[in-house]
Design a protein around this ligand. Sequence first.
Ligand SMILES: [Zn+2]
Length: 171
Amino acid sequence: MPIEMNFCPRCAHELEDQEKFGRVRRVCPSCGFIFFRDPKVAVGVLVEDGERVLLVRRAVVPQLGWWALPAGYMEFDEEPQEAARREAEEETGLQVELTGLLDVFPITNPNGRGVLIVYWARPASGDLRAGDDVSDARWFTAAELPADLAFESTKAALARWRRRHDERASP
Ligand SMILES: [Zn+2]
């Protein structure tokens, strides 16, 4: 079950359930604070370099040991593109240049639902290394892609990459 908010973060009074803006939410009867449970926002990058794509091996749960796109949660005070570049650098050591929006995917986590924004990117500078939260970071050609892909969004984004790659290859 998702973590529930029981006490008001503004005045510490006990929260109660009230109908607000179309559904039952936790509300503070003392100061009027309403707890809006928000979806989490994650950002990721599909980094291309010629015929190859960059994947990281996860060193954290869920899907520990599986391959995924460099990705992570946006901080509350970041812009999405800034967060995507930060996650790429933290996990792979590479500074990347974002070249477009690949897609937005639904995701789930223990606390509820969210979205993953994935950008197309290319390497700009830096040396490839396995950084935060990953045990490996490696380039793959389409023929070398690993079978143990971490998430539906990983598979969907890579399928998009392969289609784009095939379209470029065909005359
Ligand atoms: Zn309150």
